[in-house]
Design a binder for this molecule. Sequence first.
Ligand code: PRX
Length: 636
Amino acid sequence: MAVRINSFEQYKEDYKLSVENPEAFWAGVADTFTWKKKWDKVLEWNFTEPKVEWFKGAQLNITENCLDRHLATKGDAIAYVWESNDVNEANRTLTYKQLHEEVCKFANVLKSNGVKKGDRVCMYMPMVPELAIACLAAARIGAIHSVVFAGFSAQALCDRISDAKVEVVITSDGNFRGNKDIPVKAIVDEAIKNLDFVRKSIVFKRTGGPVIMKEGRDIWWSDEMATASPVCEATPVDAEDPLFILYTSGSTGQPKGVVHTTAGYMVSTYYTFLNAFQYNEGELYFCTADIGWITGHSYMMYGPLLAGASSVMFEGVPTYPDAGRFWQIVEKLKVNIFYTAPTAIRALEAFGLEFVNKYDLSSLRALGSVGEPINVEAWNWYNDYIGKGNCPIVDTYWQTETGAFMITPIAGITPTKPAYATLPLPGVQLAIMDAEGKEILGNDVEGNLCVKFPWPSMIRTTYGDHERCRQTYFSAYPGYYFTGDGCKRDEDGYYRITGRVDDVINVSGHRMGTAEVENAINEHKNVIESAIVGYPHDIKGQGIYAYVICDHVPENADVLRKEILDIVTKIIGPIAKPDKIQIVPGLPKTRSGKIMRRILRKVAEGDVSSLGDTSTLLDPSVVDAIVEGALVPIKQ
Ligand code: PRX
């Protein structure tokens, strides 16, 4: 079986094989890797516990597949070219040989600091090559990495470190983001000040800003690396040993640690990267995602490295020094494949074409989109002005939990339609469910999106709480994995994701649990209760609208709003700050106490003409008060 799909016909054949004989299909892909020991059985599973085991009995190390196996043929090829936040700072390049050496050295640093197979290591770092090096080094010795996006607050970091019982944290002195210099190390200090089990913090010097190094706990990356050996045998791990934990938001207040295991994740990320983008030897690929999110894990680190690809890693933000930054990088480095989020596309579109048209984008061959539904207008702009009508757009639908692309066009092969993720990749068996929990067959249908057969990179558990994994993903539709998304399948069998149907909102492509933001707001001493809903936002896709009940009417509502924003920033991080805050006398609740979010969503959308039946509410008059309040412009 050829792993690479070369035609639409082959896609259809491979898809058919992957449904008729999934074991043979995935074994065919897995055969192309380096294994210390081959598997005894390709797949064992049930979606009731759930328990899913791929390539059971096999032993491997993923870094041998990302690095060692490329050394003979492409040791001098570029693995990463790093572009600084500062447009005038020189690039750094790391060849596969150099990356291999750095990873081996840092793996030895971890070992000499007592990190063993199965231990959790947390990374809270800027987008520098050392973040990827640290993750790969952990994987090299069988330790489990847990990257926390460096925009999260000290408290959010503390929660994640505590949940995973992390003993070693890797960080940096600071983080250059646009014109800001964020004191990353100080945030880590605050997060771990009461966590005695954190033994070590290894600090990479990036900004040269002031830091306080705690005697016995904090050590410099460069000091450790200076004496580390560049030889480190890769530790064999079992196929189902965890590779990493990544925390993500759900419908409860507490983020959950999604656990991905080694072999299945490796097979899926490689297969999907190679095929969706149709990566060709020698091309340069630029994914703008931060490694702190799943896109950065699967398509900045593992997928491209497994395929021996060359990637751009960018430290900065799309609008610094101006809104042409991405396109300046594309021109300068001659990027062939560019992968970003709809929110970035919309934001850059708003700045105008002058920032696009001054750059030569002719090196581009394919474009990608991820993280949220891409609206038709943004899709067309991306297609017309960035791709110049010549670059297929791959709208990749997937999740932290799926580990790899599920529904996506194959660049240049699958005919695309604006705003459609199009068709499932081979190995992905979808089901659309109706309100009664039955699968809806046929085309031109709409419902909730499920998956009915395991795929290699699927979530295995939520760290430390398997029941939560079962409840969240496998209980709504017994026998199915439930994505939490709504979806349409059109008359051609093409899929279009319509957005979350649970209490999760998607702000600038970042997932946020409404309960998580509500819990943070409720920490304000004058707040009795709050309710969060998403509303359509031109740039962010969804904005956050907060309804807040106060204990006493504040003298100055603007002061209260500012305090609420500060609390949310402190507890979660700036990404969770509400865009609008409305003080309300009550919330629309049913007699059983459930908040009718449908009504709040309508008001937030500005559509108060069709609020539906409110007679079942405990106090229908609350709705009028909310509607009246909503008509008053909200100042932030
Ligand atoms: O609602 C879907 C949306 O993002 C959610 C997953 O978020 P997260 O785990 O943070 O991963 C983001 C990067 C994969 C999904 O449940 N989503 C992701 N990609 C798309 C999308 N919605 C529509 N189209 C997409 N291409």
